[in-house]
Design a protein around this ligand. Structure first.
Ligand code: ATP
Ligand code: MG
Length: 272
């Protein structure tokens, strides 16, 4: 049997920050984290605030290097590589941030926001056509290209941010709390959009969230972080049906929005 390397292989990753704590101690944001993400997975990284979720996603994106351990992408170590060596990786792995307003330059028109990564990565396409295509894939009108991000609602801005991430035709989308800055009424729409894009474009998704209800809706597997430790991982089904750790049970108990998300999915108003 031939073995295809995992999309991500995280081996013994620790990240120690030389601190900002009052007592001058260093902070172990991640401790000896090991897991892998297979092709086509939708994996959730969950945990309370400060558990290390964003730090771990920065390691996956090779924006920072682990203090020890390695992150590999399709069998090749990405930790500590130069930007030149990461060029192909930078195209294949894209990110959607929590707050679309701060991640989208307010001085740029939507056309340029979507074209910028294509130019940076030297992807040769008919820009106008690609921008139209990208806007259509996030259900935005072509005319949006001429406007600025601040002229749109929060949900529409997150659609634009998602379109920008899709531009380079990535294999992987890493989304760090992509709906938590949005109004509850538009969250379900953005989550449904993400879920159909993942399916239509065969994307592997890494979804960072502290909201278990959302995770259940969207993800096939779950990694649970607690104060920098990986305390549980498994399929979404297994983690929800029989969580092994008390901490996971607490997270599940603190997820009051399952019904709200379902309801919004059924009757959710279309945003303006
Ligand atoms: N650049 C940094 N310098 C120093 N400490 C940091 C840095 N980044 C993160 N930390 C610390 O590492 C720990 C994990 O932070 P991280 O942002 O990864 O948590 P998180 O799970 O994403 O939290 P949240 O849900 O609030 O976004 C925290 O204690 C944080 O203060
Ligand atoms: Mg975070």
């Amino acid at each position: 049997m031939s073995e295809t390397p995992a999309i991500f292989d995280v081996r013994g990753v620790s990240k120690i920050y030389p601190t900002r704590s009052r007592r001058g101690q260093s902070v172990a944001a991640l401790r000896d984290i090991t897991f892998s993400v297979s092709d086509g997975d939708s994996m959730a990284i969950v945990g309370e605030s400060g558990s290390g979720k964003s730090t771990l996603s920065r390691m996956l994106l090779a924006l920072e290097s682990p203090t020890s351990g390695t992150v590999s992408f399709r069998g090749e170590v990405v930790s500590g590589r130069s930007e030149r060596e990461l060029r192909d990786f930078r195209r294949r792995v894209q990110i959607v941030f929590q707050d679309p307003l701060s991640s989208l330059d307010p001085r740029m028109r939507v056309h340029d926001l979507l074209a910028e990564p294509l130019r940076a990565l030297k992807i040769e396409v008919d820009e106008a056509e690609r921008v139209r295509e990208l806007l259509a894939s996030v259900e935005m009108p072509a005319a949006a290209a001429n406007r600025y991000a601040h002229q749109f609602s929060g949900g529409q801005r997150q659609r634009i941010a998602i379109a920008r991430a899709l531009g380079p035709s990535p294999d992987v989308l890493i989304a760090d709390e992509p709906v938590s800055a949005l109004d509850v009424s538009v969250r379900a729409q953005i989550l449904n959009l993400l879920s159909s894009l993942v399916r239509d474009f065969h994307l592997t998704l890494v979804f960072v969230s502290h909201d278990m209800a959302v995770v259940r809706h969207l993800c096939s597997s779950i990694v649970v972080l607690y104060r920098g430790d990986l305390v549980e991982m498994g399929t979404t089904e297994d983690v929800f049906v029989s969580p092994r750790e008390d901490y996971t049970k607490e997270l599940l108990a603190a997820a009051p929005r399952i019904r709200a998300v379902r309801a919004a999915k059924r009757v959710g108003p279309r945003e303006a």
